[in-house]
Design a protein around this ligand. Structure first.
Ligand code: NAD
Length: 470
């Protein structure tokens, strides 16, 4: 078990060696080291990104070709990327392959997306034409749960729009991103996308760098606040995709047996480390015991292990601080009166393993309900009236997603309408189309990613206004 983590206490002694270790969460062993870049290096990086921007923005057809080549290069490098991603992040290999497939699909999707030039008229004899212009160098800051997929959600629309990108992965998962950067470099012009790695304050300096024109960040709420404050220094545009505490509301006509597997994986995929995972389940009181038993049975049966093992369905928690958080939140829930119907504890042996946990008799005020556990722990709470369930589902500061489950999909959809969030699902959860907008409300974020909205989030309107010649 490692005793320290790379985000560490910041610029500790030893940073002079300019590298930091990256650990395998399944074994606790060091996989490799990554460059611990000094924030002062950012001046040259952003300067090169700015110079590369002038060529990149000039030719939309060349951009499309380069992004399609980039998608092919990612696919060709899939095996190496997937293994490295599993080793540093912990997820099962099949999920790493899915993440890489999503990355290349996103490059293809945005390669073909072009902003629409529009003419508008207010009845006067003038011609107003709205065109779209890129912003300049974009800073993309990414967390450790989906290092490649979330990076692509930022760089694919930013590049397609004609911007250049400086990408900073989490210090817990820099290796696959660095490899991805070198794969993309085979398809993109020099300095169009640059990966920088290092511990804080590298990210803080990047978001407040005067040469950055858009900061697109995915991560936790407190860091999001710091990022918004940092970007305010240079008045860069800010897009924040932050935490979530999605509720799943089961209706009284739900077929428990039929939905258990889907509901379980909506909560436990990637070891629960998904912003839009199901993080709370609300169940009619008369079905509560059945749902707890069904989910607990599923949790006890799941194969937990090293993500490289083909039998593994659930890997380790991704890093030591996150494991400590999951353990603390679970212990607190038990101290508040909860009972673990499955799991509730770390697993023995090396690595950051936590038994998949189903909690019942949970106090609604426990942090596992009010906050974001971001791990393999799921509280199941009973409700007496639908109004009570909807109020509870809407009762946190988050508003990323939510879902409603029942045999009558129209009735479930009518309840889903009442959820205060960005995406509401019926009878499933956390499925997204590349073409849809993705946005949270409240503490879940600012701005819109995904689909054409993600492209326009990386563009500014430019209006040409002239009299019509008669
Ligand atoms: P985090 O906020 O700790 O770190 C995110 C990134 O910010 C990392 O790259 C980190 O190094 C960097 N960073 C840290 N301090 C910084 C600073 N002062 N300035 C700039 N950058 C800084 O988040 P995490 O623990 O890596 O990720 C988990 C969180 O991400 C969860 O809250 C989860 O819900 C959220 N998340 C949200 C979405 C979404 O789309 N809404 C998706 C995935 C994860």
């Amino acid at each position: 078990m490692p005793t320290s983590h790379p985000a560490g206490p910041g610029r500790a002694p030893g940073r002079g060696s300019a590298r930091f270790p990256v650990l395998d969460p399944a074994t606790g062993e060091t996989i490799d080291e990554a460059p611990d870049q000094h924030p002062d290096e950012l001046d040259a990086v952003v300067d090169r990104a700015h110079r590369a921007w002038h060529g990149w923005r000039a030719d939309a057809a060349a951009r499309t070709r380069a992004l399609l080549r980039a998608a092919e290069a990612v696919e060709a490098a899939g095996d190496g990327l997937a293994r490295l991603l599993t080793r540093e992040q912990g997820k099962p290999l099949a999920e790493s392959y899915a993440e890489i497939a999503r990355t290349s699909a996103r490059l293809r999707y945005f390669a073909d997306l072009v902003p629409r030039t529009r003419r508008i008229s207010d009845g006067r004899p003038v011609r107003s034409e709205i065109r779209w212009r890129p912003l300049g160098p974009v800073a993309a800051i990414v967390p450790w749960n989906f290092p490649l997929q979330l990076a692509s959600a930022k760089f694919a629309p930013a590049l397609a729009a004609g911007n250049t990108v400086v990408l900073k992965p989490s210090p817990f998962t820099p290796l696959a991103t660095r490899l991805l950067g070198s794969v993309l470099a085979t398809a993109l012009p020099e300095d169009v996308l640059t990966v920088v790695t290092g511990r804080e304050p590298l990210g803080a300096r990047l978001v407040s760098h005067p040469g950055i024109r858009h900061v697109t960040f995915t991560g936790s709420v407190p860091t999001g606040r710091a990022v918004a404050a940092g970007a305010a220094v240079s008045l860069a545009r800010v897009t924040l995709e932050l935490g979530g505490n999605d509720a799943a509301v089961l209706l009284d006509d739900v077929d428990v047996e039929r939905i258990t597997d889907r509901l379980f994986w909506a909560a436990f995929r990637n070891c629960g480390q998904v912003c839009m995972a199901v993080k709370r389940v609300y169940v009619p009181a008369r079905l509560h015991a059945d749902v707890v038993e069904a989910l607990a049975g599923r949790a006890k049966a799941v194969v937990v292990g090293n993500g490289l093992d083909p039998d593994t369905r659930l890997g380790p928690v991704s890093n030591a601080p996150q494991l400590a958080r999951v353990e603390r939140v679970t212990r607190q829930a038990v101290a508040d009166g909860a009972r673990a119907a499955a799991g509730g504890h770390r697993l023995d042996g090396p690595g950051h393993f936590f038994a998949p946990t189903i909690l019942t008799d949970v106090s609604p005020g426990s942090e596992v309900v009010t906050g974001e556990q971001f791990g393999p722990v799921l509280p199941v709470l009973p409700y007496r009236s639908l109004d009570e369930a909807v109020a509870a589902a809407n009762g946190t500061r988050f508003g990323l997603g939510g879902s409603v489950w029942g045999t009558d999909p129209d009735r479930a959809e009518a309840v889903a309408e009442r959820l205060e969030c960005g995406t509401a699902w019926v009878n499933h959860h956390a499925e997204l189309s590349l073409a849809q907008p993705f946005a949270g409300i409240g503490d879940s974020g600012v701005g819109v990613a995904g689909g054409p909205w993600g492209l326009y989030g990386n563009l500014r309107p430019f209006v040409v206004h002239r009299p019509e010649e008669s």
